[in-house]
Design a protein around this ligand. Sequence first.
Ligand code: RTP
Ligand code: MG
Length: 139
Amino acid sequence: MAGKRTFTMIKPDAVEAGNSGAIIKMIEEAGFKIVAMKKTKMTPGVAGKFYAVHSERPFYDDLKNYMSSGPIIPMILEKSNAVEDFRKLIGATNPKEAAEGTIRRLFAASIEANAIHGSDSDENAEIESSFFFSELERF
Ligand code: RTP
Ligand code: MG
């Protein structure tokens, strides 16, 4: 059965542009409940750990620098079929390819500075939620 939770973070470009309020509103209007939320800032090392799966990709160093360039807003979200429905709401990695009305189509600046993250599986949603939130915060 598809899981009820996913993990997201509003990325530095969207926080810096003042779009976090509008993005959170879209998330809630799409039926997701916010289970946990905070504002924090990663070092390049922490960003590298979070995106360790991409360590062999040519964009890895750029990604670490970008993801640590300013504050981010990580959140745990709850809804039925959460992972898949949330990936639909954010749209394709490249905003030029993202469907009309998706968060990345509306707010992303580029394929890298693409406004928001969304977990790609139930297993990764759990791993990523524990990366940012303690057990006490994941009630
Ligand atoms: P995310 O993990 O952040 O939700 O994004 P995603 O699944 O749509 O894309 P993924 O392939 O996991 O890539 C992670 C993040 O790396 C940056 N990226 N840059 N310069 C590039 O070609 C490139 N490709 C990916 C983006 O910030 C992407 O979201
Ligand atoms: Mg990904």
